[in-house]
Design a protein around this ligand. Structure first.
Ligand code: ATP
Ligand code: MG
Length: 349
């Protein structure tokens, strides 16, 4: 092994429901890599809230400070508003300033996946409507939400998008494709907020003459993403549009059980599967672990271990190609079988 092999301390936050099944699965995959990893299991989520009165205990936050990154499972959100409960993942994003949400969307060898898709959605992760400033006016007859876009946040997320476009080009020989960033907005209707996002992104683009830039109004983006996902490389969007497009895009390549995202800041990363806690199948041992295993790969890539991340991705690809599928993909395999198959594929690579 290389003498400069790095050691990583990784927080595992299973959360609720199937989080308690898929995070341990991803841990087994990580443990089989031969890297120097230590794990710290931490509490957060709805069950934690019910037990401790907070969804994100102070001990969890303190322990995170001593880790390099975290793998997050899922949290149930109560269907009604509960006093004092806020989603821990949103709180974590804010607390750790995880300003970029990165969602790779790549074709998978499963039914229902579009072929030849290989794109990355870069979503601003701190502002827009997610500042959560709502109020009632006019005796409750009018509800108003504040949507905040700043030049600072727009510029730093734009830099992430252009840097990623460059890095993607460098990492893979993609014949016939040149790096490109598609800037999503609705500046025709919202010239001040989306106008600022657009203008800032285009200004950043000037620093990346080797990366093509184009704009797309969000409604037409949704249409074209479904119609011709193959044409996109990096998609850059403000928070709300990015949120919606990210989940729509997951449906293009096999669904909730396969897709992950990374919340990235300058000093920390929290990777997570797209899906929620899936209470309808929790405890049955049939949850698809692939999204969380891929989240683990995103975590390693963000920590500076792209090679290990690539090994995981290739192992997952082989297992899916072999038809080792959980019921959400139409198969009969259980969580443990898929996990073992991934580890086996890793060891024979
Ligand atoms: P939450 O409130 O935690 O988001 P939810 O009811 O919205 O819970 P999701 O986790 O978002 O549930 O899942 C939506 C549907 O997709 C459910 O039917 C669930 O069983 C299924 N699903 C989600 N993730 C997986 C997975 N990893 N493996 C198999 N099925 C899944
Ligand atoms: Mg959900």
């Amino acid at each position: 092994d290389a003498p400069d092999r790095r050691r990583y301390r990784i927080a595992l936050i299973p959360g609720d429901g199937i989080g308690g099944e898929v995070v341990p699965a991803a841990r087994q995959v990580l443990e089989s890599l031969g890297l120097d990893l230590t794990f710290v299991e931490l509490a957060a989520g709805w069950e934690t809230f019910q037990r401790e009165g907070t969804a994100l205990p102070a001990e969890t936050l303190a322990a995170l400070e001593r880790c390099h990154g975290a793998l997050f499972g899922a949290v149930s959100s109560p269907s009604h508003r509960v006093e004092g409960y806020t989603s821990p993942i949103i709180a974590l994003r804010r607390h750790l300033d995880l300003y970029a949400n990165l969602r790779p969307v790549v074709s998978a060898p499963v039914p229902g996946s579009q072929p030849d898709v290989d794109l990355l959605i870069v979503r601003e992760n701190t502002e827009c409507l997610y500042v959560k400033q709502e109020q009632l006016e006019d005796d409750g007859e009018t509800a108003v939400a504040r949507r905040v876009i700043t030049r600072r946040a727009s510029a730093r997320i734009a830099r992430v998008a252009f840097e990623r476009a460059r890095a993607r080009q460098a990492a893979s020989a993609r014949p016939g494709r040149s790096p490109r960033v598609t800037v999503v907005h609705k500046a025709n209707v919202l010239p001040l907020t989306d106008g600022l996002f657009r203008e800032t992104a285009l200004a950043v683009a000037a620093d990346y003459p080797d990366v093509a830039v184009e704009e797309q109004i969000v409604d037409s983006m949704a249409y074209r993403l479904i119609r011709e996902p193959q044409r996109y490389d990096v998609i850059l969007a403000p928070n709300l549009y990015g949120d919606i497009l990210s989940d729509a895009a997951a449906a293009l390549v096999g669904g909730l059980g396969l897709v992950a995202s990374a919340n990235v800041g300058d000093r920390f990363v929290v990777a997570e599967p797209v899906h929620g806690s899936a209470p309808d199948i929790a405890g049955q041992g049939i949850a698809n672990p692939v999204a969380t295993v891929r989240a683990a790969a995103l975590l390693l890539a963000a920590l500076g271990e792209p090679e290990a991340a690539g090994r995981i991705e290739r192992a997952v690809g082989r297992v899916l190609a072999d038809g080792i599928w959980t019921p959400d993909l139409g198969g009969t395999a259980r969580t443990g079988q898929v996990t073992r198959a991934i580890i086996q594929a890793l060891q024979s690579s």
